[in-house]
Structures are given as structure tokens and as C-alpha cells.
Write a protein that binds this ligand. Structure first.
Ligand code: PLP
Length: 401
């Protein structure tokens, strides 16, 4: 494990690598097979092995690797034939990609408020947003915390909707005996630089249907079909393939992942117990039924009245000054400039969306607006530090009182 000084305190520097990543990359260079390839033609060894290995780890039947987590969501939507005139319900508390991927397909994202305790999509609220145009729900397992998936599935079945789980924060999360990414029709992942499993950029889609897996594959590889003539293009598709270099790194990172994942879960439990003792701090509560959590980030909410009326900006600044890497959580989607603009994409009617103009006001998204004003997050590498470092974080938060 390598360490970097952040302020006066050593926290693990991310990503963690050793000579196995370096030799894996060297091997790819020397092999001259730099391309992930195409089944039945030049099939890149690392890409096709990584897909199998990641599917196995996540306990899914199929994995289709792509070049990032944004296009992973888009590819799942496209393979499900979601597009113009369709609505897709998305958590309001997420990275812009969860909604911009919907925009890419010409469908309309509808923003859903969160549960104030778990910080993930409120399933009952999602149900209230369903219209005759709704085709899918994209729950985001924020900080690895699973959305109440059994309830959401019940809603989806009742209303004939697809669930596409955005698992960009939730590698390894397990809910009620099943890994996330397997609850809906598809689960999408990101391997971007800050993620708990990374190759700098990268993404994947998991699914358990042979038919859907073929459609997703076809979309991300120019409309091809596996083991067919290379220049036969059967449907509309594009090129979102992952290459051999990224896959080679990911295979080595996946070897390291289980130990890190275990440590993150143990540290989060330890840190949570300590933070719960501080009046005015509320940690993200795990959704009941959560057995393992991906912990891409560790968010918590503070009550300024217990901290001399401090603003979030000051709270964050003071911790960072001490050397505790403290970040902002995502600004809610409804607040983003792009979603205040009803003319967002040429030719698409956004007039029925629950955002745009005054509909984007905070009053319409009360829980997430309040939580955002009082929440910060620690990056996952903090959870790879020793217990005395976690104690030190707790002491510093306490000292802000
Ligand atoms: C919740 C969520 N979904 C999707 C993405 C998009 O992933 P990528 O950056 O690999 O495109 C991210 C990236 O941070 C994310 O946090």
C-alpha cells in the first residue's frame, strides 16, 4: 500500500498498484494485441477474460465492458429500446451522468427525491412520479448504499417498467443475499479513476438475459453480432468498446478488490459507531437488508445548530485544512444549469419533465435540497486507513463544535 501526505496525515493514495499492473501493461504492449477485438476474429485476451471475471465476482451471467460508466447506462437504455417520448425516473442525488445518459437516448429524465436517512431514491416517491410515458427507473446506489430494491422491483412489476441499477458507486454491494446489478434487468458500473475498481476510465453493464446481453453487445460494437462476418452490421450501434490496456489493469485491480472491500466495510462500521456518538452528526444509514456496501464515498450530514452555526463550506474547509480529504456531495440534478433549460436538446419536448424553469426550484425537491446543504463526504481511500486515523477524523469533527 502506498501513502501520500495529505496535510499532515497519511492516507492511502489512490489508486493502489504494484508491479503486477506494470507487468500486465508491459505484456499487452509486447503482445501487439492492443485491441479488445471481436469474438470469432481477433479476440483480445484481457477484455474477454475481464468480462468473465467481473461477471463472476458480481454473480451475474453476462458482463459487457465499455469505455465508461456514462455510456454503460446509455447502452442499457438503447438495448431496451428506450428513447423519444419515454420518461425515465432517476435519483436527484447523483452525478450528472445518470441523467445525461437518458438525454443521450432522446428520452426524458424525471428527478426523484431521496430518503433522508439512506440518501438514496425514495421508492414511494418514485412510484408517485410514474406516468403513462414512464419506461424505466434508474436507482443509484449512492456511496454503495443499495436502494430498497425489493420495493422498487414490486413497483416496476406492477407498472411494467425496467429497472436499470446505476452501480457506479456500488462494486461489491450486496442486498438481501444478492449482489447489486442483478436486481434490475441491467446494472451499470464505472471504472473511472476515483472508483473503487479502476482503470482510469472504463465501464461495464451486467445482465442475466442472453437476449439483452446480445443487444447490448451489438449496440456497443457497431451493430455487430458475435461470431458473424466482421463487416456485417445488423442494427444501429456505435463504438463504446473497451481496449486491452484497460482490461489488463482491471483484472489486476479486481484481484486486489476483495481485501480492500472487506476493510472498507469494517472501517465504515467502526467510523459509523464513533460518528453516531457525536450529537449533530447523522451518517448515511444503510438500507435495511444491506449485507455488503461498495462505499465509493462515505457521506454524512451535520446539523449546523450543534456546530456553532457553521456553513458547509466552512465545515469542509476546516477538515481539509487539518488534512482530512472532505468533499462536497453531488449538487442535486434539479439545481444543475443544464436542467433548468427546457431547450436542452434540439427537437425534444421537455415540457412534461418535473424540472426546467420554476419546476427546478428547491421547494419541489425538499429532502435532497436540505441534505445537500448540510452533507459532506469522505473518499473511499480514507476507509483503507488504520483505526487510529479514523479516530483522528472523529476527534477533528468533534473539535468543530
Ligand atoms: C452515479 C454515477 N453514475 C455514472 C457515472 C459515470 O461514470 P463515468 O465517469 O465512468 O462515465 C458516475 C461517475 O462518477 C457516477 O458517479
Amino acid at each position: 500500500m502506498s501513502f501520500k501526505e495529505k496535510g499532515n496525515t497519511p492516507f492511502p493514495e489512490w489508486p493502489i498498484y504494484d508491479k503486477s499492473e506494470i507487468s500486465a501493461l508491459t505484456d499487452v504492449i509486447k503482445s501487439r494485441n492492443w485491441w479488445g477485438g471481436f469474438p470469432g476474429d481477433q479476440q483480445g485476451e484481457n477484455l474477454w477474460k475481464f468480462q468473465e471475471e467481473f461477471a463472476k465476482f458480481q454473480e451475474a451471467k453476462h458482463c459487457i465492458a465499455v469505455c465508461n460508466g456514462t455510456v454503460a447506462i446509455e447502452s442499457a437504455l438503447m438495448a431496451l429500446n428506450i428513447g423519444m417520448g419515454d420518461e425515465v425516473i432517476v435519483s436527484d442525488f447523483t452525478f450528472v451522468a445518470s441523467a445525461s445518459a437518458v438525454i443521450a437516448t432522446n428520452a426524458v429524465p424525471i428527478f426523484c427525491d431521496i430518503d433522508p436517512n439512506t440518501l438514496v431514491m425514495d421508492a414511494n416517491k418514485a412510484e408517485s412520479l410514474i406516468t403513462e410515458r414512464t419506461k424505466a427507473i434508474i436507482p443509484v446506489h449512492l456511496g454503495g448504499n443499495p436502494v430498497e430494491l425489493d420495493r422498487l422491483l414490486e413497483i416496476a412489476h406492477k407498472n411494467d417498467l425496467y429497472i436499470i441499477e446505476d452501480c457506479a458507486h456500488a462494486h461489491g454491494s450486496r442486498y438481501k443475499g444478492k449482489r447489486v446489478g442483478n436486481w434490475g434487468v441491467a446494472g451499470t458500473f464505472s471504472f473511472q479513476a476515483s472508483k473503487v475498481l479502476t482503470s482510469g476510465e472504463g465501464g461495464a453493464i451486467l445482465c442475466n438475459s442472453d437476449e439483452l446481453a446480445d443487444k447490448i453487445y451489438s449496440y456497443i460494437d457497431c451493430g455487430r453480432k458475435k461470431n458473424s462476418y466482421f463487416y456485417a452490421h445488423f442494427s444501429y450501434g456505435t463504438n463504446y468498446r473497451m481496449g486491452e490496456f484497460h482490461a489488463a489493469i482491471l483484472r489486476k485491480q479486481l484481484d486486489k478488490f476483495p481485501e480492500q472491500h472487506k476493510l472498507r466495510n469494517e472501517s465504515a462500521q467502526y467510523l459509523g459507531n464513533k460518528l453516531n456518538e457525536i450529537e449533530g452528526i447523522k451518517i448515511m444509514k444503510q438500507t435495511p437488508g444491506t449485507e455488503e456496501c461498495g462505499y465509493y464515498v462515505y457521506p454524512f450530514v451535520f446539523d449546523p445548530s450543534h456546530f456553532k452555526g457553521i456553513t458547509k463550506r466552512e465545515f469542509k474547509r476546516k477538515l481539509n485544512k487539518k488534512g482530512i480529504p472532505t468533499d462536497d456531495c453531488y449538487p442535486p440534478l434539479h439545481r444543475l444549469e443544464c436542467f433548468k433549460n427546457i431547450e436542452l436538446k434540439k427537437g425534444i419536448d421537455y415540457s412534461k419533465a418535473n424540472w426546467g424553469g420554476e419546476k427546478s426550484d428547491d421547494i419541489n425537491f425538499p429532502i435532497v435540497s436540505d441534505i445537500y446543504s448540510r452533507s459532506v463526504e469522505l473518499p473511499h481511500e480514507v476507509l483503507l486507513a488504520s483505526k487510529d486515523k479514523l479516530d483522528w477524523i472523529v476527534d477533528n469533527i468533534e473539535s468543530l463544535k
